[in-house]
Design a protein around this ligand. Structure first.
Ligand code: AMP
Length: 632
């Protein structure tokens, strides 16, 4: 491991030199004064004084050499269409979108909320924002009105960019009514809503507020919009993620550090070649989509594939047909997508010419060994796990094949990536634990370039949430349990907090509980994540009804359960909808009134409930056990 070890050691022991070198991978309009400003720990300001622009690095700087190369390829099996944009065409579309933003008063530092399906205009919108120094906040299209309203109030966008509808597995999913309801609920009112009309779902525009993209695009013509040179520390975007409270956290990312980190990862981790094709099946609403559908591949001069569709429609061969068609060199997907494919014949892969493909990367949730070896064997290509979070923006753990092709270790995403000083710490003392022992996966200050700068509008929450887990030392907590071996390979053992991971989507159980509590028939509720073969975890809700008759018969329970699921779906979106709603007359709590979530979760997974010395009433746990058996 000599090469990797020297590389990683240098990245954490001489971060200034290491990152100064990596900074040369991107264009700077004005060089930075220093690599790292350490003056405000635990905050870290990377490349202060430097002026740059994300859109310039993703698009403009390639024009001279790659103008005719496809930059963005859109494939939709939902509406059976595909479109390709060269770097020159992407440049033009982004300038048009930027001109529309400017025309309606969006300027540097203003927020723009993007609530869109997987269509090229969503990518134009993101790039247009960073082009003019506006800050985008993409909200996943699967979120519903309440989730959207919370984000509108937190980000206070000047403009919202949306669309009439998305499509999921061939069914039209209207966006406009959800958006209208969200704006109605929100206290903050955006000045304009720019609507990309796909012609999927008729809608009535609100005069004075709603703008039509096609008309606006025609009106701005071919106006040139130069990149605004912004400070390296200028926020590029906010991306909301779930935590332990009901209120989502706005992860704020910088500009210069992010570009440098992504450029580094494209070479050292993903081994992409400029001119090659990168096909990531994630969604632009998630961090993987931000980093590895949009910014990473484009910064690296690759062709990126934007896919609107599922992995099994029209059949389980679709991803591999697209990979073949576009000669994908790098693919990135999720363990859940692969587990879905596992139900089908591997001929779907074997029949395709995948000679261009070098590696398949998987991330977002634990990758089980059988799934990893199934897909590796079927593809005949290396499958590379990598572990990271919305907060970090790029991998914390992985295999840096561009530096040294380390042997992967089954069940482990790999070793620490450059700049990450990873430690496994004792939950109570905060002291490092020896190899082989479980502890909290923490990262020492400074977080490397590209990681979150702060919680949007709430520096205190950033420090209190992430840097205050241990009394003895100020380190960043990932809120994941981990165990390291002698060589530094880390295995992830689940979350230390109440966050669950359903098919790679991170959900706060508190958020789901708050939504369920809003149903008039609910007195109390506990939501836990239970192991699920396909999705990794699924949300299970235990509800105490106000009126016991609402749960007295199987029919009554089924009716109330359906209403509760519908409530969550309508408020938060289908992603958050619990898979099961079970009824009890009390919840297991400690004598001080804290919910015993870990015990409830253990019972859901048919494990022993653990330490019950503080349990107030043992019959409550019996009820959980009983409900799991007797209620379907
Ligand atoms: P998100 O911020 O939505 O990307 O979720 C991040 C969380 O997903 C992490 O804190 C982990 O709990 C989990 N996670 C992401 N990638 C992996 C992986 N490769 N292996 C295990 N867990 C992962």
């Amino acid at each position: 491991m000599a090469e990797y070890s020297a590389y990683h050691r240098r990245s954490v022991e001489q971060p200034q030199e290491f990152w100064a070198e990596k900074a040369a991978l991107i264009d700077w309009h004005r060089p930075f004064d220093r690599v790292l400003d350490a003056g405000r720990k635990p905050f870290a300001a990377w490349f202060p004084g430097g002026l740059t622009n994300l859109c310039h690095n993703a698009v403009d700087r390639h024009l001279a050499t790659r103008g005719a190369q496809p930059a963005l390829v859109w494939e939709s099996t939902e509406v059976d269409r595909s479109r390709s944009y060269s770097y020159a065409e992407l440049h033009q579309e982004v300038q048009r979108m930027a001109a529309i933003l400017l025309r309606h008063g969006v300027g540097q530092g203003d927020r723009v909320l993007i609530y869109m399906p997987m269509i090229p205009e969503a990518v134009f919108a993101m790039l247009a924002c960073v082009r003019i120094g506006a800050i985008h906040s993409v909200v996943f299209g699967g979120f519903a009105a309440l989730s959207l309203a919370t984000r509108i109030d937190d980000a206070t966008p000047k403009m919202v960019i949306s669309s009439d509808a998305g499509s999921r597995a061939g069914r039209v999913v209207p966006y406009k009514p959800l958006l209208d309801e969200a704006i109605e609920r929100a206290t903050h009112k955006p000045g304009h809503v720019l609507m990309v009309d796909r012609g999927l779902q008729p809608f009535t525009p609100l005069p004075g507020r709603d703008l039509d993209y096609a008309a606006e695009r025609a009106a701005v013509g071919d106006r040139e919009v130069p990149c605004a040179w912004v400070e390296a520390t200028h926020p590029s975007y906010i991306l909301y993620t779930s935590g332990t409270t009901g209120r989502p956290k706005g992860v704020q990312r910088d500009t210069g550090g992010y570009a440098v980190a992504l450029a580094t990862s494209m070479r050292d981790i993903f081994c992409g070649s400029p001119g090659g094709t990168y096909f990531c099946t994630s969604d632009i609403g998630w961090v993987v989509g931000h980093s590895y559908i949009v910014y990473g591949p484009l910064i690296h001069g690759m062709t990126t594939v934007l896919y609107e569709g599922t992995p099994v429609r029209p059949d389980a061969g679709i991803l591999w047909r697209l990979a073949e068609k576009h000669r994908a060199q790098v693919m990135f997907s999720s363990p859940t997508a692969v587990r879905v494919l596992k139900r089908f014949d591997t001929a779907f892969m074997r029949e395709r010419d995948l000679s261009s493909l070098e590696r398949l990367f998987l991330a977002g949730e634990p990758l089980d060994e059988p799934t990893a070896s199934w897909i590796a064997e079927a593809l005949g290509k290396p499958v590379v796990d990598n572990y990271w979070q919305t907060e970090t923006g790029w991998p914390i753990l992985g295999i840096p094949a561009g530096v040294q092709a380390l042997e992967p270790k089954p069940g482990s995403p790999g070793v620490a990536m450059p700049g990450y000083k990873v430690g496994i710490l004792d939950e109570l003392s905060g002291e490092p634990v020896p190899p082989g022992q479980k502890g909290v996966l923490a990262i020492e200050w400074p977080l490397p370039p590209g990681c979150m700068q702060t919680v949007w509008g709430d520096d205190k929450r950033f420090v209190d949430t992430y840097w205050s887990t241990f009394a003895t030392r100020q380190v960043y907590s990932t809120f994941d349990w981990g165990v390291a071996d002698e060589r530094g390979y880390v295995t992830i053992l689940g979350r230390t907090d109440d966050v669950i991971n359903v098919a790679g989507h991170r959900l706060g159980t508190r958020e789901i509980e708050e939504s369920i509590s809003s149903h008039a028939a609910v007195a109390e509720v506990a939501v836990v994540g239970a192991a699920d073969e396909l999705k990794g975890q699924q949300a299970v809700a235990f509800v105490v009804p106000r009126d016991a008759t609402r749960a007295a018969s199987a029919e009554a329970r089924a009716e109330l359960a359906a209403q509760i699921m519908q409530t969550v779906q309508a408020q938060l979106g289908a992603v958050a909808r619990p898979a099961r709603v079970l009824f009890v007359s009390m919840l297991p709590k400690t004598r001080s009134g804290k919910l015993l979530r870990r015990s409830i979760q253990a019972l859901c997974e048919q494990r022993a409930p653990g330490d019950l010395t503080t349990l107030e009433d043992p019959t409550a746990l019996e009820q959980i056990r009983g409900a799991l058996v007797s209620q379907p």
